[in-house]
Design a protein around this ligand. Structure first.
Ligand SMILES: [Zn+2]
Length: 253
């Protein structure tokens, strides 16, 4: 595809040199692409407004050996609701960094693109609570990338989840029964309600995540369990996650 058209979301922006930027764009058609936005570091370039994180674009580019180059771009949405609140900015930045880390270049995965777009729309909606949307996004993204956590029964023997507290193995990615726990290595203990909430978020529609009600304790158990599982999968910690936790703490959310 020497010259091609695509629809995508800007998930990362970095400087290439004194004048140009590189955009990582998660596209509907071709998966993740890296495109040069020429002169986007200059205030009056035609690519400057497009070269912003979260922008939903329709664009034309041509394929290069290493990086593609943008030739035309139209901003479909810049998610203004996302840009007015620091917690929502931090949450969307994390959502973008996570998919940028997990998606492979030029490997089309249309459902991942659709999931990101839905998540950004929800995070940009002031009435929509941030936390359940992020947890649902993490779970669904893991599932789409082939790392769906096992939440219905013990991942070693299949025994059903019982009791008010459940063992969760971030390394193996799922719940473990009491009998298999000694062989499963490092474990977290989660309230059973956290496992049930994760199942609801994993199986349900992300747009319905806000109907889920849970205690702060259940919320933080879910967040920590998924954080550890993702760190294990990515083999590193995302910078945007520290920023998100900082602003959420400051905002008291
Ligand atoms: Zn078991």
């Amino acid at each position: 595809m020497p010259t091609y058209n695509a629809e995508g979301v800007v998930v990362r922006v970095r400087d290439l040199n004194d004048t140009d930027k590189v955009l990582h764009i998660l596209t509907r058609e071709y998966g993740k692409l890296r495109c040069v936005a020429k002169a986007a570091r200059r205030p009056k370039s035609r690519f400057t407004p497009a070269a912003q994180l979260f922008n939903h674009l329709q664009f034309q580019a041509y394929t290069g050996r290493n990086l593609d180059t943008l030739t035309q771009v139209e901003i479909l949405s810049s998610f203004p609701g996302l840009r007015e609140d620091l917690v929502r900015i931090a949450a969307a930045t994390y959502a973008c960094e996570l998919v940028d880390e997990m998606a492979q270049e030029r490997q089309p995965l249309e459902p991942v693109f659709a999931l990101l777009l839905t998540a950004l729309r929800l995070l940009g909606t002031p009435e929509m609570p941030v936390e359940p949307v992020l947890r649902g996004y993490e779970l669904k993204l893991l599932a789409l990338m082939g790392f769906q956590p096992v939440l219905t029964g013990c991942l070693a023997c299949g025994a059903p989840v019982e009791g008010s507290e459940v063992y969760f193995s971030p390394g193996a990615g799922g719940v473990v029964c009491r009998r298999c726990a000694p062989e499963a290595g490092a474990l977290r203990v989660l309230p059973r309600a956290a496992v049930e909430a994760m199942r609801f978020l994993l199986e349900g529609d992300l747009r319905r995540a806000h109907v889920l009600r849970y205690s702060p304790e259940v919320g933080s158990s879910m967040a920590r369990a998924l954080e550890q599982y993702l760190e294990y999968r990515l083999e590193r910690r995302l910078r945007s996650l520290d920023f998100l936790q900082q602003v959420m703490d400051t905002a008291g959310r």
